[in-house]
Design a protein around this ligand. Structure first.
Ligand code: AHR
Length: 657
């Protein structure tokens, strides 16, 4: 049954078991406030294999032997392997960013005698007919060793291969690449490099990328994952996190300057999620920074989102080491923030603006906002923030600063920060809530009484947790998604105060996750959006430009009989957009009376997400089980009769003439 037909059929059943008709009155003439163009955005963090092994399309794990165990992810094999034929050398004194490389001695061997096999990140997903780019940095004094690159399945069957004959022999490092096609689609392939011939050769950054990266950029991002973001038309992208900003300790904090410039020079560090959860150990989780700040800005630009970088404020994660930078040594951290503005927006004649241009983007990235600290709290945060704010506001008053309100949306820590930040005239305060679905329903009115004049709110990380915060058994089920949909009516209604919001975390690899729930799940070849994704997408694609009044009995619609509602006007398309969420187990109907409008179209567009099973989820095999279905709804005498199925999110777009 098509989605459209299904909705009509459901409407025909409207009187069966439906609670009595009541009115919701919407008045497109009563504009309450603007909706910020960047209102609904996305939160990106390299958690759950979000970047390495995820959106960063590199298929080789530990490509430059810099993991704690230098050959992690690699297996050597061959009958003719003698002691010392494969050595990991370390040139730390000369190159502290990329110290290790492999020295191969090949003694008159044939293909089949000696190889190195890489297992990929949870295997390597390859697609039939697609091209793959194999590249390697090498150095040799004389020619003699040939390299055979192969993708093989678990039985050893070759899926695609290429010969790379290193051309340079002047003992200088050189990059060479070769492209080959794959004959079959396989989820868990492996990559083998066979050696042939006689001689010695050094190898580094052994790399393999699929040919279908986003915008076909060499060494780029996974096209299907970026497409999911592009399809949301997000208003902003927050990056790089999340706790990854803070690091377990200060040495593993995120330092943007170490993530820009040539990829080979970006120093790998451990990913803080490597050891965070004992029940989800990830000993092979590192950050190569192939996705670094330049690529984040470029991604933001590609998908039309405002870039929102979050910087370390001189504090490591307070759940972990809680290391602090002494106040009188904070200057380099502040300088990083100032320099980031130059990197993003500065003229190409400036040091950092020039680097941006050298990396291929002379035009500015138009950075407008920046976060100082992630989930930091306490007087120590306030002291450090004050120094950042002073320096940033004096040099870059045009940049809006996002301040942290800690880890929780209530309690002592929150109260101290919320009160102090408001006194400090914060631009925007970042609130996080990982709470039960019930919390989300109760808090749909959270912002109704927030101060309209003071600091604005960024709901910077939130997700309903079906079992408990970050519990491994949490599910991206309909119960959580519909609770978020209901809560978001409160964000939308209060767009005067809430300027931005983003669900978190964004991505998770089905075999490599640490934290659940997550908005988008991927494996080596596939991707699907959760019900939560479609809720976010509906808000983002239907954000409108102005909040307008929507009331029942002169009250905001925020939980009476389980119904939640908000309305916006899109003054570009001249449409009224109404969102109504029925969180109750029974069907409800409402007469929606559109006041003020002179003449309305005879029909509106109706979009519905619904399921009577609150445990319903999407999956790789049933990716759109819970997703929006399109239909129509009649309008008569400026009134539409909205029949809402149990547990349904209903959205109506009405053209105003
Ligand atoms: O989104 C997962 C984590 O939750 C983020 O890294 C952190 O900011 C929060 O605690």
């Amino acid at each position: 049954m098509s989605g459209k037909y299904l909705i009509s059929a459901l409407l025909a059943l409207s009187t069966i078991g439906v609670k009595a008709q009541k009115n919701i009155t919407v008045n497109p003439d009563k504009v309450i406030s603007k909706v910020q163009p960047e209102m609904w955005g996305v939160f990106f963090e390299d958690i759950n294999m979000g970047a390495d092994g995820g959106i960063y399309a590199e298929l080789i794990k530990n490509r430059s032997f810099e993991f704690y165990k230098p050959l992690m992810g690699w297996k050597t094999k061959g009958d003719k392997l003698k002691e010392g034929d494969l050595l990991v050398l370390n040139r730390k004194e000369k190159d502290s960013n990329n110290p290790r490389y492999l020295h191969v001695t090949s003694r008159a061997i044939q293909k089949g005698d000696l190889s190195m096999t890489n297992e990929g990140f949870k295997g390597i997903g390859v697609k039939k007919g697609l091209s793959y780019d194999f590249s390697v940095d090498y150095r040799q004094a004389a020619p003699g060793v040939k390299l055979h690159a192969e993708l093989v399945d678990s039985t050893g069957k070759v899926l695609g291969s290429a010969l790379l004959n290193p051309e340079r022999s002047d003992n200088q490092w050189a990059l060479q690449s070769v492209t080959f096609n794959v004959s079959e689609t396989v989820h868990n392939a492996q990559f083998t490099l066979w050696f042939e011939g006689s001689g010695e050769i050094d190898l580094d950054i052994i790399s393999l990328f699929p040919g279908d990266t986003w915008k076909n950029r060499k060494g780029g991002l996974r096209g299907d994952m970026v497409q999911m973001l592009a399809d949301m038309k997000p208003g902003f992208i927050r990056f790089p996190g999340g706790c990854i900003v803070e690091g377990y300790d200060l040495s593993t904090r995120y330092q943007w300057k170490k993530t820009v410039g040539p990829v080979a020079n970006r120093k790998l560090i451990v990913n803080r999620w490597n050891t965070e959860f004992a029940h989800r150990p990830a000993p092979d989780y590192y950050q190569t920074f192939g996705l670094g700040f330049f690529e984040y800005f470029q991604l933001a630009e590609d998908i039309g989102a405002e870039p929102l970088p979050i910087l370390n404020c001189g504090m490591a994660c307070q759940f972990n080491s809680a290391e602090l930078v002494p106040l009188d040594e904070l200057e380099p951290y502040i300088q990083d923030a100032l320099d980031l503005v130059e990197f993003a927006n500065g003229d190409v004649s400036t040091e950092w603006g020039k680097l941006r241009a050298d990396m291929g983007h002379p035009a500015p990235f138009h950075l407008k906002m920046m976060g100082v600290g992630n989930e930091n709290w306490g007087p120590q945060y306030l002291e450090r923030l004050a120094l950042f704010t002073k320096a940033m506001k004096s040099r870059h008053p045009e940049i809006k600063l996002i301040n942290s309100s800690g880890t929780d949306p209530e309690g002592e820590r929150f109260d101290l920060l919320n009160t102090s930040l408001r006194k400090m005239n914060a631009d925007v305060i970042d609130e996080h809530y990982y709470r039960t679905p019930e919390w989300f329903l109760k808090n749909a009115t959270r912002y109704d009484n927030y101060d309209r004049k003071g600091a604005k709110v960024f709901a910077g990380e939130y997700a309903a947790q079906s079992v408990g915060t970050a519990k491994a058994t949490n599910k991206n089920n309909w119960q959580c998604a519909i609770a978020e949909a209901a809560f978001m009516t409160g964000l939308e209604r209060n767009a005067e105060v809430v300027h931005m919001a983003s669900y978190a975390p964004l991505f998770a690899h089905a075999e490599g996750w640490q934290w659940t729930p997550d908005m988008i799940w991927v494996d080596n070849l596939r991707v699907y959006g959760t019900p939560n994704y479609y809720v976010q997408q509906l808000y983002s694609l239907n954000k409108g430009t102005d909040v307008v009044s929507s009331l029942a009995d002169q009250q905001v619609v925020a939980g009476q009989e389980g119904i939640y509602a908000s309305a916006v006007l899109d003054n570009k398309t001249k449409e009224l957009i109404l969102k109504v969420v029925n969180t109750s187990a029974i069907a409800h109907s409402r007469s929606v009376v559109i006041e003020g409008a002179k003449k309305l179209a005879a029909k509106g567009k109706l979009t519905v997400m619904e399921n009577t099973n609150l445990n319903a989820v999407n999956s790789f095999d049933n990716a759109i089980n819970l997703s929006p279905k399109q239909g129509e709804i009649k309008i008569k005498n400026n009134t539409l009769s909205l029949v809402m199925q149990p547990y349904s999110f209903n959205m109506v777009r009405v053209a105003l003439r």
